[in-house]
Design a protein around this ligand. Structure first.
Ligand code: MG
Ligand code: MG
Length: 632
């Protein structure tokens, strides 16, 4: 599988772009003419710089408004192309992309256009160059790949072939089946881009909102499954025009791009039977099923550990074991394992220096930990390891959101026994004020909005999860974009929240914790109202919900007065739909905005109470203006 990417996809100047593209492991680039013109150096210099990065130049683009012109303009178009040919030869690039014309004077006519391409093929052949013709979705005479192919077929020249672009094909909803009857050696190049499903002028959508494959809503797997049947053996190239990418980090965008191509072709390999070796990605295990969250690890110091311990105790957790070698304590309730790491050494300590008291590590129970780390590695995740003591297990791990760590445990190896092998039970522990918390319902991670696509792709590519559509959560000071990622059985749930402004609660958390990622943890209970009573007797302070909320609630749902009174007494939020109901209550936020949530899901309720979020964030903001809960 040969991968390529257009320089227009990545931010930075040409040398920054090339460094990022090479580091992400691409084989080649498409050079976008603007990037070349803006560069202060000869075409030969550019060609050398590209080759010095170990990359090839697979395509030069774009050439527009060539075919079907009246005679006087036609001559000039050919002259213009000869100069591009000079340039391509100096660059050492043999393929030119010609996009279907939008020239106001273009006459169209399939025979006229084909004979233009035949002549262009002759000229290209004399220089050992090739021409690829692409149908733009808004082309004046040719806007469908089937028409572009007909022009190429009639041009009947070995140096003239077709360029397939997934955006131009899928955004128009073209039938994909005819692709299967195009001979693979007549397809000179394949460009890939996804896009969100929004009603918009196609040209505007294409120029600003294209995304990496898998980040949008277009059926890229179907598209590539059709291409794979043709015998096409050329590069798979990303051509993404996206305003956010052009303002983003070159390295991050390049890594995302490579990951998206590997993920796409892995899906194609698993669904289509006849994928040739040229289009096959490196071997990797299938997407990783997550059975649940095995542990959450906090990093803390002597300064703030007591505050966290008090909070956990009021939530009904018990300290049950101590690590044999480190200053690490295990707290447990139900199936929830919380680890407090106050060791002065290792990753947790450096995470503390960076973010203060925070979640630094998440342990996921998967089917096979070795397979999980293998898949993550092939998809470009950074592996994580640190020095370990003799008695410590080698639990595979990768870096996750904002430099945090994701550990993989499984039941097929000895990894699940970590609590028995590495920890010593605390015997003097007699207190038991459990509150009915059973498991971790969801983990809420916050990033800057620009990073949301990156982390959605990370989880989606590596794990066997479903992603819900993005929703906007209203905070009194701005919008937070939120998207749930969860396993089909709901045993693993994560919400990714992208903050656009630092004035929102989520945005302030990102700023105040210097990019720590987990803003809240939600624990499940089977009976929230009963849990609330136990919490109160433990001294837990719930986030105060205003009376107005309950006055409004009775207008939205048909609730028994006693039930409403119980919700109010518990400071609980409520939501329901045709599948079931959702009860939520919150802790008061700690000084940097971290908080705990407790939820009860009734029936098959599968959402996260977005409709309550404006009232929750307003209450949290009010609460954080009150004397704050000591945390640091
Ligand atoms: Mg294109
Ligand atoms: Mg939540």
């Amino acid at each position: 599988m040969k991968t390529s990417i257009s320089t227009v996809t990545i931010a930075g100047d040409l040398s920054e772009k090339l460094a990022a593209i090479a580091a992400a492991g691409f084989d080649g680039i498409e050079i976008f003419e603007q990037d070349f013109i803006a560069f202060d150096g000869s075409p030969a210099d550019v060609g050398k710089m590209v080759r010095d990065h170990g990359l090839t130049i697979d395509l030069f683009q774009p050439l527009r408004d060539f075919e079907g012109l009246p005679e006087d303009l036609r001559r000039r178009a050919f002259d213009r192309i000869e100069r591009k040919f000079d340039l391509m030869q100096e660059l050492d690039c043999d393929l030119l992309l010609v996009s279907s014309t939008n020239h106001p004077k273009a006459l169209g006519g399939i025979d006229r256009m084909s004979s233009d391409f035949h002549e262009l093929g002759e000229r290209a052949a004399s220089r050992n160059l090739r021409i690829g013709y692409e149908a733009r979705a808004w082309g004046k005479h040719v806007n469908d790949y089937r028409d572009a192919w007909e022009v190429v077929r009639r041009a009947d020249h070995r140096c003239v072939g077709l360029i397939l672009d997934s955006f131009h094909t899928l955004a128009r909803g073209s039938d994909l089946n005819p692709i299967r009857s195009i001979p693979g050696d007549r397809i000179f190049h394949v460009q890939l881009a996804d896009a969100p499903k929004i009603e918009m002028n196609l040209e505007y959508l294409s120029r600003h909102f294209r995304t990496m494959p898998g980040e949008g809503d277009l059926p890229l797997v179907d598209f590539m499954s059709a291409v794979a049947t043709t015998g096409y053996a050329g590069p798979l190239s990303l051509e993404i025009l996206n305003d956010q990418f052009r303002a983003g980090s070159p390295r991050v965008i390049a890594v995302d791009g490579k990951r998206s191509l590997l993920f796409l072709m892995d899906q194609v390999r698993r669904t289509a039977s006849d994928v040739t070796t040229e289009l096959t990605p490196p071997p990797m295990p299938p997407r990783v099923p997550v059975e649940g969250v095995e542990f959450i690890e906090f990093t803390a110091s002597d300064k703030d550990i007591a505050g966290l311990e008090t909070t956990l105790a009021t939530l009904g957790f018990n300290a049950i074991a101590k690590h044999k070698l480190k200053d690490v304590t295990l707290w447990r309730q139900g199936d929830i394992n919380l680890v407090i790491n106050a060791d002065k050494d290792g990753f947790a300590h450096s995470a503390y220096i960076m973010h203060g008291l925070s979640v630094c590590d998440i342990g996921l129970m998967v089917e096979n930990a070795g397979a999980a780390v293998d898949r993550a590695r092939v998809l470009g995740a950074s592996l994580f390891s640190q020095k370990r003591g003799e008695a410590e297990l080698d639990i595979p791990a990768v870096r996750g959101v904002s430099g945090s760590v994701l550990h993989f445990l499984d039941k097929v190896s000895d990894l699940a026994e970590v609590w028995d092998s590495e920890f010593q039970a605390l015997t003097n522990n007699t207190q038991n004020h459990e509150t009915g918390l059973t498991r971790i319902d969801h983990i809420a991670q916050v990033t800057n909005f620009e990073e949301m696509q990156t982390w959605t792709l990370f989880y989606d590519a590596i794990f066997d999860v479903e992603k819900s559509p993005m929703v906007d959560v209203a905070d009194p000071s701005g919008l937070v974009h939120s998207r749930a990622i969860q396993s089909r059985d709901g045993n693993f749930r994560l919400t990714l929240n992208g903050a656009e402004t630092h004035r929102t609660l989520a945005g302030r958390f990102v700023a105040d914790s210097f990019g720590s990622s987990v803003q809240h943890l939600a624990f499940a209970t089977d009976d929230l109202l009963n849990t609330a009573k136990k919490l109160t007797s433990n001294g837990f302070e719930a986030l105060k919900v205003p009376n107005n909320y309950y006055s409004d609630l009775v207008t939205r749902f048909d609730l028994e007065p006693e039930f409403l009174a119980a919700l109010k007494a518990a400071n609980a939020f409520y939501d329901e739909d045709e599948t079931g109901a959702y009860l939520q209550l919150y802790s008061r936020p700690h000084s940097d905005g971290f908080f705990f949530e407790i939820v009860e899901r009734r029936g098959a309720f599968n959402c996260y109470g977005t409709s309550n979020a404006p009232y929750r964030t307003a209450a949290q903001k009010r609460s954080s203006r009150a004397p704050s809960v000591p945390r640091r």
